[in-house]
Design a protein around this ligand. Structure first.
Ligand code: FES
Ligand code: FES
Length: 402
């Protein structure tokens, strides 16, 4: 089904991107992922779909020069991006060498994984200084092959790296991806963030915070609501929300990078999915309404080419029993750039529920004067993904079982 037929998709929105060097102007439904858009609208069927959950890597394409899961990226979130699919690498020197090596080493059988595998392998060939087997295997760990057992694939990739280094072609580790793994890999692993487009996170944040009229400068693409009950009085919980360093200490993956003022805070939020990591550095504006025990935090962050803008509204109410509080959270956010691949609603909903549960537990510990655990390592949605798949499988068996 095409997203471009005039009138066929009443909710479609316009987008423009460069695909395999060709400028594309099209329309896509907000829910259409990049893989479906490439396959159905542009007939680029070399991009395969396996799991559609970001696990198998069959759908890997280059997004602004970095390998990305096109099954998890909304097409409209890639507006303005440069996309390369396997078809666009027909005459690419490294891909040609990899194709020859794959043939020589019997590195494919059915070939279903091969387009995604070649795109990831090409990235490794560019960046890896030498053909260290452990690092090649780690670099390919986000691409699954059900046929070959990987031996031939690893051998092929190592051979191309070795041959190119022997020809005096050095690794270009400073370009494109900065480390092993797909988009965002190792970003923030040392806490050092260097926006490549020249804009400082704070500039982006300040463009997102409320204008003089009180209206936010952006409309979040995704929203969700969460609530939890805390075994402390509403006054105590609301007071904690006013201490932004305490809030950051409770929020998995968050840390404050400079002493906050009552109304603005600079910080970093780290997210990691297996080999894919991101650290959004940014700023947020804080507002509080003491009378209504409510508040709003509006901010933005940057990680490489990915940007996020978000708003958290909270309200602290009396809980179901004396001395307890009920916290209601309303969160809206937009992700742009390669990491927009993690905008998939099911994943976001589950991730939000887990972060909220961890936040509530940390908040209770903090209020009780106990150490907070499980927040410093960052958000790790890998276990979330496993839980998400488990839940889907159980639901499926529930529907189809006897
Ligand atoms: S289809 Fe499996 S990662 Fe996209
Ligand atoms: S060759 Fe069949 S899945 Fe890899």
């Amino acid at each position: 089904m095409s997203n471009t037929a005039p009138g066929a998709e009443p909710h479609s929105i316009p987008l423009a991107m460069t695909v395999n060097g060709r400028a594309i102007s099209a329309r896509a439904e907000p829910r259409a992922n990049l893989a479906d858009f490439l396959r159905d609208d542009l007939d680029l069927t070399g991009t395969h779909l396996g799991c559609e959950h970001g696990v198998c890597g069959a759908c890997t394409v280059l997004l602004d020069g970095e390998p990305a899961r096109s099954c998890l990226a909304f097409a409209v979130a890639c507006d303005g991006s440069r996309v390369e699919t396997i078809e666009g690498l027909d005459n690419d020197e490294i891909t040609s060498e990899l194709r020859a090596a794959f043939t020589r080493e019997h590195a494919l059988q059915c070939g279903y994984c091969t387009p995604g595998m070649l795109i990831t392998a090409r990235d490794l060939v560019i960046r890896m200084p030498d053909a260290d087997e452990r690092r090649v295997r780690l670099g390919l760990s986000g691409n699954l092959c059900r046929c070959t057992g990987y031996v031939g694939i690893v051998r092929a990739v190592r051979a191309v790296i070795t041959e190119r280094r022997a020809r005096g072609i050095a690794a270009r580790s400073g370009e494109g991806c900065r480390a092993i793994g797909p988009v965002g890999a190792a970003a923030g692993s040392d806490g050092h963030i260097t926006p490549r487009n020249g804009s400082h996170p704070r500039e982006l944040a300040q463009a997102s915070v409320p204008s003089a009229t009180g209206a936010t400068e952006f409309t979040p693409a995704n929203t969700f609501e969460q609530s939890f009950t805390a075994g402390f009085s509403a006054a105590d919980v609301f007071a904690l929300f006013g201490r932004i360093e305490d809030v950051a200490a409770c929020l998995p993956g968050a840390s404050v990078t400079a002493r906050p003022t009552p109304d603005i805070v600079d910080g970093v939020i780290r997210v990691r999915v297996g080999p894919i990591g991101a650290a959004f550095a940014g700023s947020a504006l804080i507002e509080r309404d003491e009378e209504r025990r409510s508040g709003r935090i509006v901010g933005a962050g940057i990680d490489g080419n990915s940007r996020t803008q978000g708003v958290i509204r909270y309200r602290v109410l009396e809980g179901p029993s004396a001395g307890t509080a009920r916290v209601e959270l309303h969160v809206g956010y937009t992700l742009k750039g390669p990491l927009a691949q993690f905008s998939r609603p099911g994943l976001v909903r589950d991730l939000a529920a887990r972060i909220t549960a961890q936040f509530a537990a940390n908040l209770a510990a903090r209020l009780a004067g106990q150490p907070v655990t499980g927040s410093a390592r960052g958000i790790n949605p890998l276990s979330l993904l496993a839980a998400h798949l488990r839940a889907r499988i159980s639901a499926w068996f529930g529907r189809h079982g006897g």
